[in-house]
Design a protein around this ligand. Structure first.
Ligand SMILES: [Zn+2]
Ligand SMILES: [Zn+2]
Length: 372
C-alpha cells in the first residue's frame, strides 16, 4: 500500500509536498546543530574560516521553524500523518540538541574531518535554485522532482559532499607531494602578476584541458570506463543525477585537475572563483531544464551539450567530454550538438549496472574479476 501511495505523483494540496519539505528541512536542521556541537569533526576547515556564524544561526532557526510549520500543514492536509509527524519530530530534536544557540569553543583541527556543513549548505542552496529552474523551465515536464532513483542519487550527493576532507587530502598529496618538485617560483610569480580576471580564464582553460584528457581516457580505457560508467548509468537527467559518480573517479579527476592549477600558482581569488563556477555549472548541466544560452553555447558547456554526453543515442557515444569549455570538443573533433533536438534516452548502452550504491561502488572490481 505504501509503495502504491508513494508512486502517485505529488499534488499541491494533498499534504505530501509540505510533509516532504518538513522532513527535508528538519533533517538538515539536525545535521546543522550537530555541526555546531562537533565542528572539529563535522565541518570543513577551508569553509569554516569564512563563515558568517551569526547569519548561519538565523538560517538554522528559520529552517527549524519552517520544518515545524510544514510538518503542521501536512498534518492538516494529509490523511497519512507519517511525514507531518516526522518533520515536527526532527525540528523538535534540533531544538532539543541546542538549536541555534550552541556555543562553539576553541578546538584543534584533526588531520581529516567530514563535510557535513558543506552537505547541508550545498543541498539547501542547490535544491532551492535548481528545483525552481526545473519547475519553471522543464525539459521533460512529466518527470517528477522525486523521480525514480532519487534516493540513490541523494546518497551519492551526501557521500561525495561528506567526504570532501578526504578528497582535499588526496588531491593535496597528489599535487604537492608527488609533483612538488616541478614548482617553478619564477613561473608562479609571473602567473600571479596578471590581473585576476585573466587568471580566472586561464584556470578555466588549464583545468578543462586536464579534465577533457582525463574524461576521454576514462571513456577510451576499458578498465577506467568501469568506474566512469557509474556516472553514465542514470536514465533520467536532473540536478541530482550529476552527483552519481564513483568515489575513485572523484579522487582521480580532482587530483588531475588540481595539479596544473597548483603548479602554475594562480592567486587564491582566481582559484576560488573557478571553484564557485564549477560548483554551479556541474549541477546546471545535468538539470532537467530546456534553458538555452544562444551563441554562448559555442564556447561553454550547457545543459543541452552535456545531456548529449549522457545520451544513449548512437550518434552521441563518446562525444562532448568537456565540463566547461565546449570549444575543446569542437577543437578536438569530439563534438555532437544537434541544434534543436534533445536526446531520446540516457544511460549506459549494453549490460546494465547494479542498482544500489554499494553494488555500484564494487562494480568496477567485480567486473574485473569476472573478466579474469
Ligand atoms: Zn563521460
Ligand atoms: Zn555528467
Amino acid at each position: 500500500m505504501r509503495a502504491a501511495a508513494d508512486a502517485t505523483p505529488l499534488r499541491v494540496g494533498d499534504g505530501r509536498i509540505s510533509g516532504l519539505l518538513g522532513v527535508f528541512l528538519g533533517a538538515l536542521s539536525v545535521l546543522a546543530v550537530l555541526c555546531f556541537h562537533f565542528p572539529e569533526w563535522l565541518t570543513t576547515p577551508e569553509l569554516r574560516a569564512a563563515y558568517p556564524v551569526g547569519l548561519l544561526r538565523w538560517v538554522l532557526l528559520a529552517g527549524m521553524l519552517l520544518a515545524a510549520g510544514f510538518g503542521a500543514l501536512s498534518l492538516l492536509l494529509s490523511p497519512s500523518k507519517r511525514l507531518g509527524f516526522a518533520g515536527i519530530a526532527l525540528a523538535l530534536t534540533a531544538e532539543w540538541l541546542g538549536g541555534a544557540h550552541v556555543e562553539v569553543d576553541a578546538f584543534d583541527s584533526p588531520v581529516v574531518s567530514f563535510g557535513f556543513d558543506w552537505l547541508v549548505l550545498a543541498l539547501l542552496a542547490n535544491s532551492l535554485v535548481f528545483v525552481f529552474i526545473e519547475r519553471v523551465w522543464p525539459l521533460r515536464p512529466d518527470q517528477p522532482t522525486l523521480r525514480r532513483a532519487w534516493r540513490l542519487d541523494l546518497a551519492y550527493y551526501a557521500f561525495n559532499h561528506v567526504t570532501v576532507g578526504v578528497v582535499l587530502l588526496t588531491t593535496t598529496f597528489f599535487s604537492e607531494t608527488l609533483f612538488g618538485w616541478a614548482v617553478h617560483d619564477g613561473l608562479q610569480a609571473l602567473v600571479r602578476s596578471q590581473p585576476v580576471p585573466l587568471q580566472i580564464l586561464e584556470v578555466l582553460v588549464v583545468a578543462d584541458l586536464t579534465q577533457y584528457a582525463g574524461h576521454r581516457l576514462m571513456h577510451e580505457n576499458p578498465w577506467l570506463w568501469r568506474f566512469h560508467a557509474v556516472h553514465h548509468c542514470p536514465e533520467e537527467m536532473d540536478w541530482l543525477a550529476g552527483s552519481r559518480m564513483h568515489f575513485a573517479e572523484v579522487l582521480f579527476v580532482r587530483s588531475l585537475v588540481v595539479t596544473p592549477i597548483y603548479l602554475m600558482g594562480f592567486a587564491e581569488a582566481a582559484v576560488n572563483a573557478y571553484v564557485v563556477w564549477v560548483g554551479i555549472q556541474s549541477v546546471l548541466i545535468h538539470s532537467n531544464t530546456r534553458l538555452r544560452f544562444g551563441w554562448l553555447e559555442q564556447l561553454f558547456v550547457s545543459p543541452h551539450f552535456h545531456h548529449w554526453h549522457h545520451a544513449a543515442d548512437a550518434e552521441a557515444i563518446d562525444r562532448n567530454y568537456a565540463a566547461n569549455l565546449a570549444l575543446l570538443d569542437r577543437l578536438f573533433g569530439t563534438c555532437v550538438s544537434p541544434r534543436e533536438r534533445w536526446p531520446e534516452r540516457y544511460g549506459v548502452v549494453g549490460k546494465p549496472l547494479p542498482q544500489g550504491f554499494f553494488g555500484q561502488l564494487l562494480y568496477p572490481f567485480m567486473e574485473r574479476r569476472r573478466a579474469r
